[in-house]
Design a protein around this ligand. Structure first.
Ligand SMILES: Nc1ncnc2c1ncn2[C@@H]1O[C@H](COP(=O)(O)OP(=O)(O)OP(=O)(O)O)[C@@H](O)[C@H]1O
Ligand SMILES: CC(=O)C(=O)O
Ligand SMILES: [K+]
Ligand SMILES: [Mg+2]
Length: 599
């Protein structure tokens, strides 16, 4: 049931975009002459100047969007209400088709009905697990605004993950979504094994449990937990505290008998399969030989090979300690996956990663504040300030940043979040993180779609409030370019974003082959949405992680005027923009800033 849409709008008699005369000098076509910073704030610019040329064939194009595509777009919009998500259906047009544009139907419907300002800027990631692995469930998440699907290699088999990847791919191909796939490695920290098939086990106060490195046949002996790390029994000492999942359950080590460690439960709670274990001595985290374990285990390498073979978009590395491991992995990927460009995301979830934060982020393509394990390694009350620091640093260094774990934890069981959870989500949105991530809420919770709706609505509300209050940030963005050409791009993007805010334009357009210019614009967190046009579907998917970007796939040339004409025609034909809308366009082919009204 592929819903293909083939818009072949003739650009043989190109219309000339109206380069609105905004001030002296009357041309705003700044190509070639880099007089930065561009500083003009003309008064009375709220109403765009009337277009000088009104030639367009687009609106009368006989091949306007197919009925089925429009119907499903409005159906998606209808189910979502006025503040809907991003996701959606449309053209499964082969990339070679030069006359088409690919965008999610939910975005399209949203732009049509609510205009530019309504689009959500914060991106949403869902961990896929038993609750969401079916095709219909995945589609519901895509309609609900999922930008990235995360698969966690701690759980499930490769075969299971392969099926999930296949389903997401099919959804993208058949229905035009651009849901990216993020594979998350297990890492070699200490964790419990499976619970012999049980989904959880209750540990009661005072009970004695055995934690053992022995290999057991299933079912396990009663009150026995397998530990994955061979050195465990040697490293712990009698009197140590053993924390499951950072303190969700707590034990005290009372005796060591060879490979078995006898522990008494001091804080009762639920033990979940493969839960993380840390041990503490005199109030400090013990990092013995386990600190020497490789960040990427041999199992992780096999999973990474699997990820490369499957062409995932992002690989998130758990328990990163230093920049070297990231650099090493990146060269490994480069050698193995010649024409794929998999981004490497560093998960900040250990004491070491905080210590080497800047070099790790610099070496990576992005970072995740993995608050679950981080909160097991540092005092909980320290997590919020570390989160803020990581989010800020990532933005300064122009790396997408994800805030993860326990955002809506109570929604694993209940259909509404706590007020405290909503406040936490709001804070992450206010910090302008690129993306928010659901873990157990979407992987195995009772209300995955409702949880996603909460993230979506809170994001939209806080973003709008932030804009209405004109909370432009004062964040200093350091120069990050490593070459003169990069410096030009950076200056262009900084200036364009500033102009967009000052002129209150409707949208920024960026034509970018590798996505770099789009990310530079996103980094500025401008008030208006950023339409990112790129030629390949893989770049389009990767851009889906970044704040404020609405990625489109479009073939374009080095001739900006014809690119703009074509884009205007295509977008107007689909009702996503209209005559008179004020747009600023930048491109990485021409290094220009153009300000114009849509003709
Ligand atoms: N593929 C899967 N199969 C089965 N259960 C899963 C799967 N993915 C996630 N889960 C369940 O969802 C829970 C939360 O997922 P999440 O990805 O946050 O894992 P985690 O075990 O907390 O580890 P991490 O620190 O890597 O996030 C898991 O504890 C597990 O119970
Ligand atoms: C996401 C993750 O790995 C954590 O929070 O620990
Ligand atoms: K993981
Ligand atoms: Mg973790």
């Amino acid at each position: 049931m592929s819903q293909s849409l083939n818009l072949s709008i003739s650009t043989s008699s190109p219309t000339s975009p109206n380069f609105a005369s905004l001030s002296r000098p009357s041309t705003s076509f700044l190509t070639g002459s880099f007089r930065f910073p561009v500083k003009f704030r003309p008064s009375g610019l709220r109403t765009p100047a009337p277009p000088e040329l009104l030639i367009t064939k687009a609106s009368s194009d006989p091949e306007a969007p197919s009925a089925s595509a429009s119907a499903s777009a409005s159906a998606a919009a209808a189910t979502l209400g006025s503040d809907n998500g991003v996701g959606g259906v449309l053209s499964a047009v082969p990339p070679a088709d030069t006359g088409s544009i690919e965008v999610d139907a939910v975005t399209e419907a949203e732009l049509k009905e609510n205009g530019f300002r309504s689009t959500r800027r914060t991106k949403l990631i869902c961990t896929i697990g038993p609750a969401t692995c079916g095709s219909e469930q995945l589609e519901a998440l895509a309609v609900g605004g999922m930008n990235v699907a995360r698969i966690n290699m701690c759980h499930g088999t490769r075969e299971w993950h392969r099926r999930v990847i296949e389903r997401v791919r099919r959804l993208n191909e058949e229905k035009g979504y651009a849901v990216a796939i993020m594979m998350d490695t297990e890492g070699s920290e200490i964790h419990m094994g499976e619970l012999g098939g049980a989904s959880s086990e209750k540990a009661e106060d005072g009970e004695v449990w055995i934690f053992s490195v022995r290999a057991f046949e299933s079912p396990l002996p009663e009150r026995t937990i397998h530990v994955n790390y061979d050195g465990f029994a040697e490293d712990v000492k009698v009197g140590d505290d053993l924390l499951v999942d950072g303190g969700m359950v707590r034990f005290e080590v009372i005796e060591k008998i060879g490979p078995d460690v006898k522990c008494r439960c001091t804080d009762p709670g639920l033990l979940l399969p493969r839960a993380n274990l840390t041990f503490w001595r005199h109030g400090s985290l013990v990092r013995e030989r386990n600190a020497m374990l490789p960040t990427i285990s041999s199992k992780d390498w096999l999973d990474i090979d699997f990820g490369i073979a499957e062409g995932v978009d992002f690989i998130a590395i758990s328990f990163v300690k230093s920049a070297e491991v990231i650099t090493h992995l990146r060269s490994y990927i480069k050698a193995r996956a010649r024409d794929s460009d998999i981004s490497v995301i560093a998960k900040i979830e250990s004491v070491d990663s905080l210590r080497n934060l800047e070099e790790i982020i610099l070496a990576s393509d992005g970072a995740m504040v993995a608050r679950g394990d981080l909160g097991a390694q540092i005092p909980l009350e320290q997590v919020p300030s570390e989160q803020q620091k990581i989010v800020q640093l990532c933005r300064q260094l122009n790396k997408p940043v994800i805030v993860a774990s326990q955002l809506l934890e109570s929604m694993i069981e209940y259909p509404t979040p706590t007020r405290a959870e909503v406040a936490d989500v709001s804070e992450a949105v206010r910090q302008r993180a690129d993306a928010l991530m659901l873990s157990g809420e979407s992987a195995m919770g009772q209300y995955p779609e409702k949880a996603l709706t909460v993230l979506r609505n809170v994001s939209l509300r806080i973003e709008r409030w932030w804009r209405e209050e004109k909370h432009h940030e004062v964040m200093e963005l350091p120069d990050i370019a490593s070459s003169f050409a990069d410096s030009i791009s950076e200056e262009i993007c900084n200036s364009a974003a500033k102009m967009a805010n000052n002129l209150e334009v409707d949208a920024l357009f960026v034509y970018t082959k590798d996505g770099h210019m789009a990310s530079l614009l996103s980094r500025c967190r401008p008030d208006c949405p950023i339409f990112a046009f790129t030629t390949t579907t893989s770049v389009r998917r990767r851009l889906n992680l970044q704040w404020g970007l609405i990625p489109f796939r479009l073939s374009f040339s080095d001739d900006m005027e014809s690119n703009l004409n074509k884009t205007f025609s295509l977008l107007k034909a689909r009702g996503m923009i209209k005559s008179g809308d004020l747009v600023i366009a930048v491109s990485d082919m021409l290094q220009s800033i153009q300000v114009m009204n849509v003709p």
